[in-house]
Ligand binder design. Sequence first.
Ligand code: SME
Length: 156
Amino acid sequence: MAEELIKLEGSKEAIYQGLLPQIKGLISGETDQIANLANVCAALKETFDFLWVGFYLVKEEELVLGPFQGPIACTRIQKGKGVCGTSWEKAETLVVPDVDLFPGHIACSSLSRSEIVVPLIATNNVVGVLDVDSKDLATFDEIDAHYLNEICSWLV
Ligand code: SME
């Protein structure tokens, strides 16, 4: 396993295309899910310098904070609440260009301006979500949705 990520430059799509094989290399050969979630957070944070990258995992009908990189965050989110709980309920990726315009958004950090949440789906069941927050408005689009979904499909 490489011990450092290769520095990537270019368009967002080019960066994801360079990053995905590195992430695959990082997680293949490791069967512990928490170890892999932790390294995925670190790889995304280091590559894109997002404000917050982390996972919430479904435990007894709540989302509970899992591995993350960034400021401290709320530990539990109910189904249907906030962007994460809504992504869980709908089993859909949610791209939020302006968190202030998302009804019920949960502000773990007042610095967060936009957000994407991707569900982790194992045999038709949402088992967690990947949540990524940005300090800037409208950071995320269908390119992020596409590549983050691909990464999440490797983690279940
Ligand atoms: N903003 C999220 C809560 C989690 S934090 O952003 C880390 C939400 O509305 O579900």
